[in-house]
Design a protein around this ligand. Structure first.
Ligand code: NAG
Ligand code: NAG
Ligand code: NAG
Ligand code: NAG
Ligand code: NAG
Length: 316
């Protein structure tokens, strides 16, 4: 499927009922697909596949309690390492940040779970650090120079280690984290302009081949600032129903977002397709706003997870 001048950022949760990743079967063309894309196109004009909670492939249950098995089945949204995701064509990584006790910035999925369960692990069983993820990306780009990788950085917990979801649930202030260690570490790691694009504008592909584009939901990390809200309910933010909704940079970009994840499978597909159809219609009608439109079409859902839990229990 190839959409010319189409603006889709598609997040695939490999462990959803809609897809299952296969650990093999991709080709060189998958690893270098951006080689075939016109470098004068801006990133929002390219249909870019991404993964949801990209760093969770090694999330494990360290405690052996059955409740934890269930949490892990929810939290492990990927079963490929970052490198394998990149080799199979993924170019957008959803990176959720937390801190560990040694002042490392680590990958967590702490939205639903306590942090001890939430840490992604590397192959040695250590906490997966942001540094390691970025190193993987850079190693990939060293040998795939036509490609670019968008990393989306989002706080999953505040600087006191309290997962936001829990903080909201129990009604505590998530705290003032300005000038925190995490902020300094993140900005330091992404400071080398030879490897990272952190400007607040939409680049053309040619400007960022071989580089990591930092996109962030936080105001104090360097990078392209995105402001779209998360929403677990059935909300679909079609451009036509929210014509003035801006989502990025200096308020010049409008977003069409589909992020409804508590839907039945058929409803979810309808939601995904509505975004595609709406943009197709705008494109066919020559709508000039489309150049400054960013489509974000999340494909993940939590529906059907019971089956997953059962599989996970079987596997272990
Ligand atoms: C991983 O991070 C948690 C804090 O989030 C920490 O308690 C734990 O000691 C860390 N594990 C390792 C192996 O560093
Ligand atoms: C995200 O974390 C950074 C570093 O701790 C902090 O400076 C920033 O305020 C946080 N953002 C939000 C929205 O909590
Ligand atoms: C980032 O941290 C490293 C190691 O601590 C340090 O040598 C370097 O100067 C820092 N870079 C910037 C831009 O702060
Ligand atoms: C989420 O979507 C629901 C339904 O459209 C809406 O009522 C609610 O305000 C939204 N929440 C946020 C944080 O946008
Ligand atoms: C987009 O519109 C064109 C022209 O009407 C049509 O041929 C094509 O099938 C549409 N694509 C999708 C994905 O609906």
């Amino acid at each position: 499927m190839h959409f010319n001048t189409r603006f889709l950022l598609t997040l695939l949760a490999t462990v959803s009922q809609f897809g299952s990743s296969s650990a093999a079967g991709w080709t060189n063309a998958d690893s270098n697909w951006m080689n075939f894309i016109n470098g004068n196109w801006k990133l929002n004009q390219i249909n870019i596949p991404g993964t949801h909670d990209s760093g969770t492939y090694n999330i494990r249950d360290d405690y052996g309690w059955i409740g934890n098995e269930i949490k892990v089945a929810y939290a492990r949204t990927q079963d490929l390492s970052i490198m394998k995701q990149l080799e199979s064509g993924i170019r957008y990584l959803d990176i959720r940040l937390g801190d560990d006790d040694d002042d490392d910035v680590i990958i967590v999925h702490g939205d639903l779970y306590g942090e001890s369960l939430a840490n992604g692990k590397n192959d040695k069983g250590e906490n997966l650090t942001l540094k390691q993820v970025l190193n993987d990306c850079r190693n990939f780009l060293n040998t795939h120079v036509t490609e670019t990788i968008i990393i989306h950085l989002k706080n999953e917990s505040n600087c006191k280690g309290i997962p936001f979801f829990d903080a909201h649930q129990i009604g505590i202030d998530s705290g003032n984290c300005l000038n925190s260690d995490r902020q300094k570490i993140v900005n330091n790691l992404t400071s080398n302009k030879n490897y990272y694009f952190t400007e607040k504008r939409m680049p053309k592909l040619n400007e960022v081949r071989g580089k990591i584009v930092v996109a962030t939901r936080e105001t104090d990390y360097n990078g392209m600032y995105l402001t779209f809200p998360g929403n677990r309910s059935k909300e679909i933010r079609l451009c036509s129903s929210n014509p003035s909704f801006k989502c990025a940079f200096d308020n010049n970009y409008r977003c069409c977002i589909q992020d409804a994840y508590e839907l039945a499978e058929n409803e979810k597909w309808e939601a995904i397709i509505r975004i595609i159809n709406e943009q197709n219609k705008s494109y066919n009608q020559g709508d000039s706003r489309i150049e400054n439109t960013l489509d974000i079409n999340f494909m993940s859902t939590t529906v059907g997870t019971l089956k997953l839990v059962a599989n996970s229990l079987k596997k272990n």
